[in-house]
Design a protein around this ligand. Structure first.
Ligand code: DAT
Ligand code: MG
Length: 151
């Protein structure tokens, strides 16, 4: 089976609002495999690296402050096409444009408080996983239910 990994994070607003379990649950129920998880309050330097592509945006400074304002639940999820599908589970960047049934479409209103992060491509996922996790923090194991999820 061709599998890939994505970096998913519950942002400080999502942690404070008690949405960690709900967000994990959506990925678990879909059949994806949790490979790594930790609660971390990221430094300014760490976040500037994570969002380096957005450094010239007017909202950059506010984004870094918000993302560093409390614990983030950082995760690696694994499975077939998990990068693209993870983005679908999260919804659109602007929650008001997100479909009901997506995380942002169900739990957020403001783009600057959109509850969760998901890698936008396989390459950026690799970069983000390397930035947020040490190699030994990412687990390799077989899901017991594997044969009931994949043909
Ligand atoms: P996404 O998180 O959907 O990948 P992105 O990478 O374009 O979106 O932007 C990163 C985050 O920056 C996004 O989750 C919320 C914030 N952001 C994006 N556009 C914004 C805007 N116009 N105003 C305020 N914050 C914004
Ligand atoms: Mg992005």
């Amino acid at each position: 089976m061709t599998s890939e990994q994505t970096f998913i994070a519950v942002k400080p607003d999502g942690v404070q609002r008690g949405l960690v379990g709900e967000i994990i649950s959506r990925f678990e129920k879909r059949g994806f495999k949790l490979a790594a998880i930790k609660l971390i309050t990221p430094s300014k330097e760490h976040l500037e690296k994570h969002y380096e592509d957005l450094s010239d945006k007017p909202f950059f400074k506010g984004l870094i402050t918000y993302m560093g304002s409390g614990p983030v639940c950082a995760m690696v999820w694994e499975g077939r096409e998990v990068v693209k599908t993870g983005r679908m589970i999260l919804g659109a960047t602007n929650p008001l444009a997100s479909q009901p049934g997506t995380i942002r479409g169900d739990y957020a209103i403001d783009v600057g408080r959109n509850v969760c992060h998901g890698s936008d491509a396989v390459e950026s996922a690799k970069k983000e996983i390397d930035l947020w996790f040490k190699k030994e923090e990412v687990q390799s194991y077989t899901q017991a239910q594997h044969g009931w999820i994949y043909e």
